[in-house]
Structure formats: structure tokens, C-alpha cells
Ligand binder design. Sequence first.
Ligand SMILES: Cc1cc2nc3c(=O)[nH]c(=O)nc-3n(C[C@H](O)[C@H](O)[C@H](O)COP(=O)(O)OP(=O)(O)OC[C@H]3O[C@@H](n4cnc5c(N)ncnc54)[C@H](O)[C@@H]3O)c2cc1C
Length: 320
Amino acid sequence: MAEVLVYVDHVDGAVRKPTLELLTLARRIGEPVAVHLGPGADTAAATLAEHGAVKVLTADAPEFADYLVAPKVDALQAAYEAVSPAAVLLPSSTEGKEIGARLAVRIGSGIITDAVDLEAGDEGPVATQSVFAASYTTKSRITKGTPVITVKPNSAAPEAAPAAGTVEQLTVTVADASKGTKVVSRTPRESTGRPDLTEAAIVVSGGRGVNGAENFPVIEALADSLGAAVGASRAAVDAGWYPHTNQVGQTGKSVSPQLYIAAGISGAIQHRAGMQTSKTIVAINKDAEAPIFDLVDYGVVGDLFEVVPALTDEVKARKG
Ligand SMILES: Cc1cc2nc3c(=O)[nH]c(=O)nc-3n(C[C@H](O)[C@H](O)[C@H](O)COP(=O)(O)OP(=O)(O)OC[C@H]3O[C@@H](n4cnc5c(N)ncnc54)[C@H](O)[C@@H]3O)c2cc1C
């Protein structure tokens, strides 16, 4: 069976959930071979094997941390040359997309970004994308070279499928040209204790209807009761009520959770562009004519200051 390279997104060997989703999808088109760069391969290997990696190719070098993505592209290219895979899968993070695009250029292949599903086809893997602010669903196949495909978080549920997970060292030569941009400092982001917005299974977002930074704790309380991330519309962010890093939409972050709750958000096309692939969408808006109601699975016409706290209390009560 053909091998499929899966780029591992991890923090010191703690494998992030989108990689486990990629392994699940990779098994539909071949045998997953994980590529783990940087420290923590021993810790990661067990998790990767548990989720179907037949092999784990690892390389650790200071260059992976000291420079931007180019040394990682050198490593993934080395893995590609060692394995001759049927496809290369990466998470659709900013870094994943840049690594994937650079690799595709180097190996003369086509790339599909932001896939939301993947299946085996007679002539190679077929990716599903949600395009033009999710107005269309397309299925595409790469016709040139080895398919390089980036997949959005939450596109598949990770499934355990124990495999050998044999760890092998990957020999990587980092090219001088890959050291053009050096990382000179790093500042850890302050942790809110909430899941990462782009990876969260549930997102609760607030818009202009929240009516002030002082009211955002109402949104946060619902998010915390559900173990969710907090998002915001651009109107809320531009007003300074919530950080720009939490903006969902065309010029913000693209999210695709299992559940998206929009409170006090009208549903402008630019907001929809970032959340319309969410599996289940719930809107709370006091205007029954708000365009957001055109795309929801469940709509609540009401004042968010009544509905959201009531929902939070109900969630807490049911959780006990
Ligand atoms: C180039 C460009 C890029 C953009 N990128 C983005 C983007 O990435 N993300 C984004 O979100 N927007 C983006 N926008 C802005 C977008 O067009 C909208 O202006 C914005 O999404 C509106 O935010 P909103 O829904 O919170 O506010 P509004 O459109 O003002 O809607 C507020 C809603 O809250 C409801 N409401 C008010 N009070 C309550 C209450 N008490 N209870 C319940 N409901 C209440 C109202 O009925 C209304 O529907 C972009 C615009 C442009 C031009």
C-alpha cells in the first residue's frame, strides 16, 4: 500500500489534535508515515503509532527553531525523497500552509489548501473544499506531481488504529538559502486556559450586540461552561472590546468547529467566510431578520443578555 506523509504539528512532542485527524484521513488513502521535526520525538512516537503511523521519521536540529519555516521544508523534502509518498498531508495552519506551498513548488506538485474532507479516488486523493465564503463545495484532485494537501482542523474525528510506529532518523541538510530569516526573540502568548480558536471543537463568538468590552464575560462564561474558545466579529474587535487575535472571518481566523454559537452577530458575508464550515451553527440575535438566520441550524430570536446566561446556567446544571 502507498505511503502517505503526515507532517506532525506538536509542542515538544505533545502532538496536537489536527495531526491525529490527519492520520485518520491519511489511512483512507494509504499508510501514514509521520514526519516529526524538533524535540520530543520519543513522546510523540507512541501517540502517532496509536493513531496509525506505520513509521515515524524524526529529525531534530537547532535550525528548526532558529529560523522561519524553510529548514522544515528542507526536512519534509528529505522525507519526501526517502519515501516517495502517494500524498503529503499537513494541517491548515499558517505554518502548515506555508510549508506545504514551498514543498509543492520544490517538488513540482500541485497543492490544495483548506480541505475539509479527503477520500481515495481512482486517480489519486480527492479533497473537498468549501469555497467563496462557503457558498460552494468543491471536490478537487491534483493532476501534477505528488498531491500536497492541507486540511482544516476538525475535518475528521481522530480514530485510534494501532500501528508499528517504527522510529527512523531522517538525515536533513539545511541549505544556506533556508537560513535567510532568523528568529531573534519569542514571547509566549498569555494563556487564557481556553482551547486554541482555530482548533476548538466549540466556539462561542460575540459581536456588536455584546455592546461593550465589559459585557464580554457573558460570552466567556458560556464558552467556559462548554470548554469552548471565544471568538468575536470584526465590529467587536475594531471597537476594542476583544483582542484582534480572536477575530473570526475573512480578515480574521477561519474556524470549523463542531459547534459555533454566534451571539449578537448579524452574519455579514465577511464573518460567514470564517465560520460557515462549522458543523452546527447556532445564532442568538434579537432581530429575526438578521442574515445570520439564513445559515443557522438553530436560531434563537432574543436578547443575548437573557438567552446567553440562561444557556450557561442550563449547561452548568446538566453537567452537574
Ligand atoms: C474587507 C473587509 C473584511 C472584513 N472582515 C471581517 C471579518 O474577518 N470578520 C467579521 O466579523 N467582519 C468582517 N468585516 C466586517 C463585516 O462586514 C461586518 O461589518 C461585521 O461582521 C459586523 O459585525 P457584527 O455582526 O458584530 O455587527 P452588526 O452587523 O452591527 O450586527 C450586530 C447584531 O447584533 C444584534 N444585536 C444587537 N443587540 C443585541 C442583543 N442585545 N441581543 C441579541 N442580538 C443583538 C443586532 O440585531 C445585529 O444583527 C469585514 C469587512 C470588510 C469590508
